[in-house]
Design a protein around this ligand. Structure first.
Ligand code: HEM
Length: 137
């Protein structure tokens, strides 16, 4: 006998699991790699490890494995962004690349909207300065 199908599969599973999140984040970082405002914010030469952290975080958030927290502990994302200057311009650049990445997945409309609206909210929440002249904290 086959195992019963859970009544409510996670969003993680519904959109295709890890490969979908890898595609999303890889596409996003293709944009970041070319971005004059965002690229210098990433301390490492290789964007691979940062891409991995974002992928694992998003997988966990949407009901996939908890590998992110096993490796990194509680997300505390606002705190982790505190060393970086995240103003409206950085937020908008981040969202621009994320929009291209989300669109590239070709998800059904309901899933597309759910994912995009979450990312948009999260990006607004991450803003930690409104002052364009204030240096990074
Ligand atoms: C609003 C504009 C944003 C900017 C400019 C930004 C920038 C950055 C930078 C420079 C890092 C450090 C790179 C690294 O070593 O991982 C980082 C880390 C990270 N960001 Fe963002 N971020 C933004 C929004 C977001 C949003 C909306 C999310 C989640 C939905 C997110 C999730 C993460 C995660 C999970 C990490 C790795 C944290 C860790 O474990 O150390 N970021 N971000």
């Amino acid at each position: 006998m086959t195992a019963p199908v859970p009544e409510e599969a996670s969003f993680f599973t519904a959109v295709g699991g890890e490969p979908t999140f890898r595609r999303l984040v890889d596409k996003f970082y293709e944009g970041v790699a070319q971005d004059p405002l965002l690229r210098p914010m990433y301390p490492e030469e290789d964007l691979g490890p940062a891409a991995d952290r974002l992928t694992l975080f998003l997988m966990q958030y949407w009901g996939g494995p908890n590998t992110y927290s096993a490796d990194r502990g509680h997300p505390r994302l606002r705190m982790r962004h505190a060393p970086f200057r995240v103003g409206p311009a950085e937020r908008d650049a981040w969202l621009e690349h994320m929009r291209v990445a989300v669109d590239s997945l070709g998800l059904p409309a309901a899933q597309h909207t759910l994912l995009w609206e979450y990312l948009e909210r999260a990006a607004y929440f991450m803003v930690n300065t409104m002052d364009p002249t204030e240096p990074a904290r």
